[in-house]
Ligand binder design. Structure first.
Ligand code: UDP
Ligand code: MN
Length: 356
């Protein structure tokens, strides 16, 4: 239906990546609903362009600049910046019903049936199940509700400092409401729940329809090697929801990164994807003929590099006090610091750590 939409929010480029993956996951599961993303002004041009390719509507919301009541509310409660921005979703009155989804959620199957629910439907929060988690909720845009929400916000603030506190305060009958407003947990399966109740996850996790990467470390905080299909970063956390995290990165690297590359063109950007590449003895002969002796002990060196970069990044890895440009130049001129930072021992240590 044309007057129903999935809505998300991204105030910066990092969350935009989440929104891109979320949008793609909704499209891949053939949603018949419109897709809307609210963005902050900080979102860069290339990211906005990619969002426009995925979403039907990309709407810039800037609470600070808007001369409306949201601005006044914001002046009183500057701590609730992103929260006020999120509440903007109630102003999308050209839709009769919407489902808000955090930018750190990923859809695993078609969830259009959520539009059968009423405002405000949401799933329980894994930390305090009498509260709903505000990462996925069904709502009905209305300027009247929007005004009341802003007023509530300025008068009562948020007990947790974010939108979840405000929304639970405002829709405070949710816990005792009709059971139809309680979405099953599989519509907002947070990664936290996986290790707090592992047996339940083993029993029901396979039914998950939406996974929510709630918490400090977001999928885009890691790095990913698409060829080896390996995620690196805060690895201890990565193991808590490994397959969902892999789903996120697989979709991001295969569908989103190519679009970002197209938009950034020649401009450098960090996709978060790294490539492992190998230097053969022949490469080293060309790269640094004078110092070949140092490399005679190994046939091949393997290094990680950001996509699009060449092996000069090896030198960048090894010599952090030089700017990347300087280092690249030196390395390419065969003037790497072989006795110091670029010495064989250092390279070997790096190599060992990669191979581990
Ligand atoms: N958000 C944003 N920019 C920010 C922080 C949050 O756009 O700097 C949006 C984004 O849609 C995000 C949602 O607000 O998914 C809620 O924040 P987050 O997911 O980080 O909170 P959590 O789910 O971890 O409690
Ligand atoms: Mn979230």
């Amino acid at each position: 239906m044309a007057d129903q939409a999935f809505v998300t929010l991204a105030t910066n480029d990092s969350y935009s990546r989440g929104a891109m993956v979320l949008g793609m996951s909704l499209r891949n599961h053939n949603t018949s609903k419109k897709l809307v993303v609210l963005i902050g002004q900080q979102v860069s041009e290339p990211c906005q362009s990619v969002l426009k390719r995925i979403y039907d509507e990309v709407r810039v919301v800037d609470v600070l600049e808007s001369g409306d009541t949201a601005h006044l509310a914001m002046m009183k409660r500057p701590d609730l910046g992103v929260t006020f921005t999120k509440l903007h979703c109630w102003t999308l009155t050209h839709y009769s019903k919407c489902v808000f989804m955090d930018a750190d959620t990923l859809v695993l199957s078609n969830i259009d049936e959520l539009f059968d629910r009423e405002e405000l439907s949401a799933a329980p929060d894994p930390g305090w199940p009498d509260c709903f988690n505000s990462g996925v909720f069904v709502f009905c845009p209305s300027m009247e509700t929007y005004g009341k929400l802003l007023q509530y916000c300025t008068e009562h603030g948020s007990f947790d400092g974010g939108d979840q506190g405000v929304l639970n305060g405002f829709f405070n009958t949710w816990a005792t409401a009709d059971i139809s407003k309680h979405l099953p947990f599989i519509y907002n399966l947070s990664s936290i729940a996986i290790y707090t109740y592992l047996p339940a996850f083993k029993q029901y996790g396979g039914n998950a329809k939406v996974v929510h990467f709630l918490g400090k470390t977001k999928p885009w905080s890691y790095t990913f090697d698409p060829k080896a299909k390996k995620i690196t970063g805060s690895v201890h956390e990565a193991t808590e929801h490994p397959t969902f995290l892999m789903d996120w990165w697989t979709l991001y690297s295969s569908a989103v990164v190519p679009m970002l590359q197209e938009q950034y063109g020649e401009k450098p950007f960090h996709s978060g994807c790294v490539e492992r590449f190998a230097l053969t003895l022949d490469d080293l002969r060309i790269l640094c003929p004078k110092h070949l002796k140092k490399f005679q002990y190994c046939d091949m060196l393997t290094f990680e590099s950001d996509q699009g970069e060449n092996f000069s990044s090896l030198a960048q890895e090894l010599q952090p006090e030089l700017s990347s440009e300087e280092r690249k130049e030196k390395w390419e001129q065969g003037q790497a610091d072989y006795m110091g930072m670029d010495s064989f021992d250092n390279i070997k240590r790096k190599l060992d750590s990669f191979l581990k």
